[in-house]
Ligand binder design. Structure first.
Ligand SMILES: *Cc1c(COP(=O)(O)O)cnc(C)c1O
Length: 393
């Protein structure tokens, strides 16, 4: 059976063969516990983790001792947000973030709200962009933490991290970012951008699932975190638990490759995205392109088709794998909180598809998928009495 063309790269990526090759010895011959340094097995595992820590740090402009390995972005974000909120509680209980953040951030903040923290979620404009002056106005004497994503996983819009961090620091507020869609996809440097905490994950950059990292600034200022997991004191005591050595090796290899190939890959993906968009919007009417036109991820295209149900459209195109605009992961029929935040009415949000282009997407894939979309949308609109009415107006 022919497998569908994969265009869901913001959900997860395949493991690059080069990353897998780096990982494989650490499952079998070199299976040691990185804490067991009394013998060769532990020593070589520890050396592999050290090397990966250097690769990860170098990729984001950090120092190796500022990297805490975790099980992924969700865990890293919980550690960053809960950890910083609790550790800084004596100074204040106010946190500022944004309505379009990932559930890993929003649900963590909602939980903190039930524990006496006060949360301000800034709105975004129709492109999904946040207004830095609104951020400045939201800060109070009790604000201790700001949380903004590097790039949005649904519509691709980026936040001006350096500018937001400058505003935060001028008021003594820590700046944390969900860099899951940033690291390896956009230029990202914790020094240049003034980032205090940054979460990212291997499986969004051609590494394995279940491993990620949190960057924690150790100088100017030292960021203190309340640990969220207790045990053997691994990772500077911030994340106890035997290290996932093959996974960490995979994260190191994945991030090094992604950063090395970033410039050429983002140019290639931008061209592919524009081609996909053009081949669809030039042949169909009533298509809205979501997200910021330029301040954005290269390999993300969110399109809303008037008069179309996104789920039905996906079912009509079994030869492509992508995501629709409803919060289907939670099994609900609510439109996505991101599409609602940029002002899409519910019907248009339900007619939204997210196309995610990545390292293994080809021009032939783009051409095939655009042809499928044009044919399916035209067919479904033809079948729709509502669309007929709308056209007749
Ligand atoms: C995928 C994703 C996450 C969650 O990452 P996991 O490693 O799967 O926990 C968080 N934020 C964004 C923006 C994402 O795209």
């Amino acid at each position: 059976m022919k497998r569908p063309i994969y265009m869901d790269i913001q959900a997860t990526t395949p493991v690059d063969r080069r990353v897998l090759d780096a990982m494989l010895p650490y499952f079998t011959d070199r299976f040691g516990n990185a804490s067991s340094k009394s013998h060769l097995y532990g020593i070589e595992a520890d050396a592999a983790v050290r090397h990966a820590r250097e690769q990860v740090a170098a990729a984001i402009g950090a120092k190796p001792h500022e990297i805490v390995f975790t099980s992924g972005s969700t865990e890293a974000l919980n550690l960053a947000i809960r950890g910083a909120a609790v550790a800084n509680r004596a100074r204040g209980e106010h946190i500022v973030s944004c309505v379009t953040e990932h559930p890993a951030v929003l649900d963590t903040l909602a939980d903190l709200a039930t524990k006496g923290f006060s949360i301000t979620l800034l709105p975004v404009d129709a492109n999904g962009a946040v207004d830095p002056s609104a951020f400045e106005r939201a800060l109070t004497a009790r604000t201790v933490l700001a949380v903004f994503m590097a790039a949005n996983n649904e519509i691709g819009t980026t936040h001006p991290l350096a500018e937001l961090a400058r505003i935060a620091h001028a008021r003594g507020v820590l700046f944390s970012t969900d860099a899951t869609q940033g690291v390896g996809k956009l230029p990202f440097d914790v020094g240049r951008d003034g980032i205090d905490l940054a979460a990212f994950t291997a499986h969004k950059m051609y590494g394995p699932k279940g491993v990620g990292a949190l960057y924690v600034r150790r100088t100017d200022p030292i960021v203190h975190l309340d640990r969220q997991q207790h045990g053997g004191g691994h990772e500077h005591g911030l994340r106890s638990g035997t290290l996932n050595v093959p996974g960490i090796v995979g994260l190191g290899a994945a991030v090094e490759l992604a950063v090395a190939e970033l410039a050429t890959e983002s140019a290639r993906l931008t061209a592919l995205r524009l081609r996909l968009c053009e081949r669809i919007t030039s042949r169909l009417t009533d298509v809205r392109v979501n997200g910021h036109p330029t301040q954005r991820l290269p390999g993300n295209l969110s399109l809303s088709f008037a008069g179309i149900d996104g789920e039905a459209l996906m079912m009509d195109m079994p030869d492509v794998a992508l995501s629709s605009g409803s919060a289907c992961h939670s099994g609900s029929l609510e439109p996505s909180h991101v599409l609602t935040a940029i002002g899409l009415p519910a019907d248009l949000a339900h007619g939204t598809l997210r196309f995610g282009l990545g390292r293994f997407t080809t021009e032939a894939d783009v051409d095939a998928v655009s042809d499928m979309v044009v044919a399916s949308v035209a067919r479904l609109r033809d079948l729709s009495p509502l669309w007929e009415l709308r056209k007749g107006r």
